[in-house]
Design a protein around this ligand. Structure first.
Ligand SMILES: Cc1cc2nc3c(=O)[nH]c(=O)nc-3n(C[C@H](O)[C@H](O)[C@H](O)COP(=O)(O)O)c2cc1C
Length: 343
């Protein structure tokens, strides 16, 4: 029987499977099902930066809030419900509970992280994405409402990649001033120099990186000309980019790596841990097949580890680098297929 206990972001997990942040973990019923499934940890659905900003604005009766269309909707959801959800989950569940904030680049929400810690969350995953299309002032200063600072008369100014990345580092530094629980950044793949970016987050003491976020991609109907909102689940082909970067990053950073996107079977979980992931997050596969997949995966991982003489997750983690030349993950072009075809 292999030892599936996993160290992740300073937490001890009974096994490396995590139920990732989504509608599956939006309420106590979902969280109970997630913990009963046997997963090693659960990430709660994200509370959105906009929700925090809306609540702050309402408390201040701030009529200058810049997103009136979102404002009414956002006020329907009370942030205190999220804190209560954390408290209840901690009381009812025996696995680590990771809270989640969805952040799009402002820093004004950071003080809210203190409340998340006080509610008992074991760690905070910050789902962080800045789509670099939004006109921004060069550098938001901390402790001031971000939305108030947009100068609408100024010529359009887009921040360059260095300025955008600096926002991630600053948010991380600022979070460290407010909370002591582990801070995990869940990021997307769109960085010009991902290794440098990840190493800088690592140097700023991020506890773990979750790679990669599965972004909502808008679509529209060509007949009705309306936006199509539908549930977008991943498929197994979506995993390739995560595998590449887990493999490339594992020798570059000290922090833990958690794999997400496109993980639909036990073999993929094993593969990602061999590449260097400490944990593997499951979402779409559970939407498709239910929480029972967790036990199926755990039993297959355990059997495979036993028959391949891996005694623990620690033995498994990063082990592929001893067996093959993982430089292949640096390759982006298809040369081999063409040379093989000539033979
Ligand atoms: C319906 C749905 C809701 C999601 N909500 C969140 C969320 O609130 N916060 C977050 O960080 N990720 C969210 N995600 C992303 C998932 O946590 C996960 O990273 C992504 O779906 C890729 O994993 P998968 O291939 O296993 O689905 C959501 C995904 C789906 C499908």
């Amino acid at each position: 029987m292999a030892d599936l206990v996993t160290q992740y972001a300073g937490l001890t997990l009974a096994n490396p499977l995590i139920i990732s942040s989504s509608g599956l973990t939006k309420d106590s019923e979902g969280i109970r099902k997630a913990t009963d499934s046997g997963a090693g940890a659960v990430v709660l659905r994200s509370v959105f930066e906009e929700e925090i900003m809306a609540e702050m604005a309402s408390q201040k009766k701030d009529s200058a809030y810049q997103h009136p269309e979102a404002y009414d909707y956002l006020l329907d959801y009370s942030l205190s419900d999220y804190l209560k959800l954390i408290e209840k989950s901690k009381k009812d569940c025996h696995v680590p509970i990771i809270a989640s904030i969805n952040c799009t680049g402002s820093s004004s929400w950071i003080s809210y992280a203190k409340k998340i810690q006080a509610a008992g969350a074991d760690a905070l995953e910050v789902n962080f994405s800045i789509l670099p299309t939004i006109e921004r002032v060069p550098h938001p200063e901390f402790e001031q409402p971000y939305y108030d600072k947009i100068d609408h008369d100024a010529p359009t100014h887009y921040q360059d990649s260095q300025q955008l990345e600096a926002i991630y580092y600053e948010v991380l530094q600022e979070l460290h001033k407010h909370i002591t629980i582990p801070i995990i950044f869940k990021i997307g793949p769109y960085f010009t120099s991902l290794i440098n970016f990840a190493r800088t987050l690592d140097a700023h003491k991020v506890s773990a990186l979750t790679l990669f976020n599965w972004f909502f991609t808008p679509d529209f109907d060509i007949d009705t000309k309306e936006v199509i909102y539908k549930m977008q689940l991943s498929d197994p082909q979506s995993m390739g980019n995560t595998l590449r970067w887990i493999s490339l990053l594992q020798q570059e950073v000290q922090c833990d790596l958690s794999a997400t996107t496109g993980i639909h079977d036990a073999k993929s979980c094993i593969k990602l841990m061999m590449a260097g992931a400490s944990t593997v997050q499951l979402c779409s596969v559970i939407y498709k097949n239910g929480f029972s997949v967790v036990q199926d995966f755990l039993s297959e991982i355990n059997d495979w580890m036993d028959s391949n003489q891996y005694a623990s997750i620690n033995d498994l983690k990063g082990s592929i680098h001893k067996h093959m030349d993982t430089q292949v993950f640096n390759r982006t072009q298809y040369l081999k297929q063409y040379t093989e075809a000539r033979k």
